[in-house]
Write a protein that binds this ligand. Sequence first.
Ligand code: SF4
Ligand code: SF4
Length: 445
Amino acid sequence: MSVAELVGTFRNGVHPHENKEQTENFPIARMAFGKIFTLPLSQHLGAPSKSIVEVGQTVFRGQLLAEAGGYVSANLHSPVDGKVITIGPRRHPRGDLATCIELEADPFSTQTINASPQNDPMNMSTDDFVASIQDSGLVGLGGAAFPTHVKYKLPEGKTCEHLAINGCECEPYLTCDHRTMVERPEAVVRGITIAAKILGAKKTSVGIEKNKPDAIAAMQEATKNLDDIEVYPLKVKYPQGAEKMLIKAIYGIEVPAGKLPLDVGVVVNNVATMTQFADWFDEGLPLIERVVTVAGTAIARPANLIIPVGTSVREVLDFCGLDMNTQQVIMGGPMMGMPLSSLDVPVLKGTSGLLAFTEAPKGHQNTLACISCGQCLEACGYFLNPARLAKLAQARRWDELDDFYVNDCMECGACSWVCPSSIPIVQLIRTGKGALRELKANQQA
Ligand code: SF4
Ligand code: SF4
């Protein structure tokens, strides 16, 4: 039996109901262009980008609107032909006000993009490649929105042996990566070929959970003549898409606490990021639109839609038929996504899903006392003690959180999901991490 025939996974984790049947068999469709587009300058990890346009200026689809505000930052391009109508504070999906460039689409434009291929990435130096990817505005499309180019500049002394491609899509409801692998396997492979060449990776492994047999088949077919790319069917488990969990599942390697994937010779990227490499280098398309899963019990017409970045969430949900009795809307997946307090916020580069539900979300029930059942410990793939971390955070004993490796928590929410007492463990840990950061900054100052 070859390694690829084994079904790998990591230790611990949870298995929430997958709920993928609403959209997993629907081909990706394109949503009609809206009228107003709102583009926050901060929609990635790192420094916000800096606007280079003025109010009243006419812009075209794909034009650079804002430059990266530092090395860990990303460019921002116009998703439409149109006009800049404001640059100022607008509601951000995370709830606060943030500086945004607001565009009015040209109603007479066909919104076709005038782009041409970039230089051949297979003959580029690493520095040129990194600069080109930063130009494209590409950020991780799996949700965290970390500027992609940063991963491709390996620090001195580090090498990449393996490129691991995340095709797990382990969050319930989301199927945008699944459909991308089924419909565009050649683009995923093209992106992998480019990425592996730049990184000098000897082998690429594509990890796909086995609840996506058609995606596994499509990727196996697309890679059948490529010895350096292998498709790994993985057991269905959450949070297998987390970098350290994926590395454990595919290679059996534990990334030590406080270390990064590159410390064990691995770089991890999402499948959608690979298609974006192909789109940028072969067609010159910057990151101005993405595939978003729209689903949930409050959605009449669930879909996977190509949506221009900056489109209003309200417009998307109306397009898919939002129930009058909607109780909650989440941007992203139900485990790690962001509950929205307003629908008048834009789709971001990192928006993988828009989910709407008619029932009250789990976690809004009454919180009971911890019964020391240990289920949260068994759920945590990082072998943390979530109950202890939550108790310390609740008691505001911030300095003790470090002793229990709080910064290794990737806020996956598996502990909260299993807790029979409905304790908002991950929210408490998140608060604790923030307070500890502040405490340390004050101590340093
Ligand atoms: S949220 Fe943090 S503590 Fe809870 S299971 Fe995930 S990694 Fe572990
Ligand atoms: S799962 Fe909840 S009740 Fe059980 S030990 Fe963890 S925090 Fe306590």
